[in-house]
Design a protein around this ligand. Structure first.
Ligand code: GLU
Length: 503
């Protein structure tokens, strides 16, 4: 089936057909990724006998490197491999990583994790960029498409995050799997679903026309020739060299700090260099993309409290007044659950508003995202007023707060993916998508710092004291988020100018 780009982009209805295949490949990849991520800290503490602090630091380092590598994966896709080969190579590395962990997680833990880190870097940004390619410039159905894709991300996250660790801990299938093989099976499951993701992608490729093919090299005389094979193999070899390097870097938390201090400025310098090579309109658009990227660091810095300080808050200060559910379970998976509930309706809402000429543009959507985030954190603050004398408060109200935060996430995360594909020049699509995820790495990093700063409550403090300390921290975060939202809305005319015709 040899489709042209026009045939793909001239689709009828709300979604292009190909988006479903990309949805499933990404869903299984996220299952593998979040499955592994969900096992990391627990496995390090219970099996590798790390103390809690070290396990958390190593978890943070892994997250930082995963998202930092998306930038590298994006550049190599733009310059040499193309999106399809990058995705495939990344998927293979993720399978190898999960298989190493499935075979002997105790002895080769960091080797397996490092393969997964590099693999995700090649896979994650490039599949998102291909979603953008299914749409013509200016197609007002793009944000709805990314919302749907985002539902796939979260379905994978929810299933992987739940099943892998439950199998490893022996909470599921314990009568079928011998005790000493549970972790092997859990990591093995991540490998199996990643194989499904790649097999699905092989079938998808046939219907992608020219999307994601290897770029051509343009000679001085303007002639286009295929990229030399040695360059392609060079990327494969280089990425394998990164694996032991990451093992070393993840092992010492201070290396992560050095890495974070240097990698951001270096990528900015590189972006400015690339910006100097394009015309003024393209440069303005890239600048606008940078504004979104920088704001997203603030968003994730606040949002990602869920993995850190909010899990401590859930453990100490929330009751089980919501169907008897475990507060930490709700904190971990409530967001993904709500995304699945609202992703498609919100996407359709954008299309409907567009028809009525009422759809907010991307900057306003971002501004709204921050305001929802802020209101959500204010709602967490408000749980304090429903606490009993022991400092334990309502999980139901906390869940309402999670829902409000999720509305904010839907205005930022899928919209951000979408706007990256719209504002990037043809040749920098992968790199800009990588930068978008690199901002997440910084967001996670900042989240850790904020969380640590907030955890000033002593270990032996009473629950009431902890409640007061944490909720007042969340009130401040809520305020910062609302301020960021207002700033975005105020500067929107300026950013709009930089975006030219893009909305
Ligand atoms: N939860 C989303 C994902 O895994 C967000 C990633 C991010 O930008 O941080 O794809």
């Amino acid at each position: 089936m040899n489709l042209t780009l026009e045939q793909i982009q001239d689709f009828k209805g709300k979604y292009p057909r190909q988006i479903w295949s990309l949805f499933f490949s990404e869903m299984w990849e996220r299952f593998c990724f979040y499955g592994m991520r969900g096992m990391l800290v627990f496995f390090m503490i219970s099996q590798l006998k790390f103390n809690e602090v070290d396990a958390n630091l190593q978890y943070g380092a892994t997250q930082a490197f995963v998202y930092a590598f998306t930038f590298v994966g994006g550049i190599f896709a733009d310059k040499i491999l193309g999106f399809r080969k990058s995705l495939f190579w990344g998927g293979l590395l993720m399978i190898v990583g999960s298989m190493i962990l499935a075979t002997n997680p105790h002895d080769y833990f960091f080797l397996g994790i490092s393969f997964t880190v590099v693999g995700t870097g090649f896979f994650k940004p490039n599949i998102s960029t291909m979603v953008g390619k299914l749409y013509k410039n200016g197609d007002n159905r793009t944000d709805a498409g990314f919302s749907l894709f985002y539902a796939g991300i979260n379905l994978g996250a929810l299933l992987g995050g739940y099943f892998c660790v439950a199998i490893g801990k022996g909470e599921m299938f314990s009568n079928l799997i011998p005790e000493d093989k549970r972790w092997n099976v859990a990591f093995g499951l991540a490998a199996v679903v990643m194989v499904i993701s790649l097999v699905n992608f092989i079938f998808t490729q046939r219907r992608l026309g020219p999307i994601g093919l290897q770029p051509m090299q343009i000679l001085k005389n303007g002639q286009e020739v295929a990229i030399a094979k040695w360059k392609e193999y060079g990327v494969y070899v280089l990425s394998l060299i990164f694996v032991p390097l990451i093992m070393i870097m993840v092992a010492k938390p201070e290396y992560t700090d050095y890495f974070m201090y240097t990698v951001g400025p270096l990528t900015l310098i590189y972006l400015f260099y690339e910006m100097s090579l394009v015309d003024k309109i393209e440069r303005n658009k890239l600048f606008a993309a940078l504004v979104f990227i920088i704001f997203s660091i603030v968003f994730w810095g606040i949002y990602e409290q869920s993995g850190g300080s909010l899990s401590i808050f859930a453990a100490h200060n929330l009751n089980q007044d919501l169907l008897g559910l475990d507060p930490n379970g709700v904190n971990n998976s409530g967001g993904a659950f709500f995304i699945l509930l609202v992703a498609i309706p919100i996407g359709l809402l954008w299309i409907w508003l567009n028809k009525k000429k009422l759809e907010p543009n991307t900057i306003i959507k971002f501004g709204l995202g921050f305001i929802f985030l802020g209101l959500g954190f204010y709602a967490i603050f408000a749980t304090k007023f429903f606490a009993n004398a022991a400092g334990v408060t309502s999980l139901s109200i906390f869940t309402v707060a999670l829902f409000i935060i999720t509305l904010g996430e839907m205005c930022i995360s899928p919209i951000g993916l979408s706007i990256m594909t719209k504002l990037s020049t043809q040749k920098l699509q992968g790199m800009m998508m990588g930068m978008w995820f690199l901002a997440s790495a910084y967001g996670q990093y900042v989240a850790g710092l904020i969380g640590a700063n907030m955890a000033t409550a002593r270990e032996d403090a009473s629950n009431i004291e902890k409640l007061t300390t944490y909720t007042s921290g969340y009130k401040d975060l809520g305020l910062y988020a609302v301020i960021a939202g207002i700033v975005l809305i105020v500067i929107s005319p300026l950013v709009k100018k930089l975006m030219h015709e893009v909305r």
